[in-house]
Design a binder for this molecule. Structure first.
Ligand code: HPA
Length: 262
């Protein structure tokens, strides 16, 4: 482990009052609802050695550490994206930090565009699998054991638990296509991804999942369908944030239920 990550890990464990059980990465607009359920304190990213810093609406750059029910958690409000020119190392930093601080489970959330014609805005989709269309990998080029098994990368056990805690609106389940961005996909790309089997599309998560699986960490992926992709529905960042805020309470209570059951 490099020195910066080691220092950041020690800081997190000290501040959290012990080793972390679960790491949570919060997508655009999802920060407030989840962080308000955590009893503890905040660490701004500029106090976490080696953390990638970013400035984008809906991505504050704060780690919330403390207890959510009986579980000690760290929730990252704001992530690094390839489209900001960040490296795979930057993008996977938060997952690696959570794992080093003790987490054996990570919950990755995001806002995503719906490709499945049955999806409506505001749906929550458990990620069952992904298509990595970023052109990048989370495996270091000099890794002596680079051939990572990604079958069932998104834990079937955690997905079953999530369905039980879904509340009164059923969860969708589907394939998440990860793009580099930052331009939204063209309609031809959206159509192609749909034919390839994708149900939703976004610009995060896939590398984080790879990094987590590399470390043997269990992953639960949750997409909030913030817009449905079609000719009359070009997405905008404002629309994505607005839908995310509207769905944030549902994601937060789902996470709370899953945390209690893990
Ligand atoms: N495309 C890509 N990423 C997204 C979208 C989308 O439609 N919505 C939210 N993130």
């Amino acid at each position: 482990m490099n020195k910066k990550l080691k220092d950041a890990t020690q800081r997190v464990v000290r501040r959290a009052g012990g080793r972390i059980d679960v790491g949570i990465v919060l997508g655009s607009g999802l920060s407030e609802a989840v962080s308000s359920r955590i009893e503890g304190s905040e660490i701004p990213y500029d106090k976490l050695e080696g953390a990638p810093l970013s400035r984008l609406a809906g991505h504050p750059g704060i780690a919330h550490v403390g207890m959510c029910g009986e579980k000690r958690v760290i929730a990252f409000a704001g992530r690094a994206h390839l489209y900001q020119g960040k490296t795979p190392d930057d993008v996977t930093y938060f997952v690696r930090l959570a794992a080093n601080a003790g987490a054996r489970t990570v919950i990755l959330t995001n806002a995503a565009g719906g490709l499945n014609p049955n999806f409506v805005r505001g749906d929550l989709m458990l990620i069952a699998d992904h298509i990595n269309w970023t052109g990048a990998t989370a495996i270091a080029p000099d890794d002596p054991q680079p051939f990572l098994n990604l079958v069932d990368a998104y834990s079937p056990r955690l997905r079953s638990l999530a369905h039980v805690h879904a509340g009164d609106r059923a969860l969708r389940e589907g394939v998440y296509a990860g793009l580099r961005g930052p331009a939204y996909e063209t309609l031809a790309e959206a159509d192609t991804l749909r034919r390839l089997g994708a149900d939703a599309v976004g610009m995060s998560t896939v590398l984080e999942t790879m990094a987590a699986r590399k470390m043997g960490i269990e992953v639960l992926g949750i997409s909030l369908i913030s817009n449905v992709i079609g000719p009359a529905q070009a997405p905008s960042h404002e629309e994505v944030l607005e839908a995310s805020r509207a769905g944030a309470e549902r994601i937060a209570s789902l996470i709370e239920g899953v945390l209690a059951a893990i």
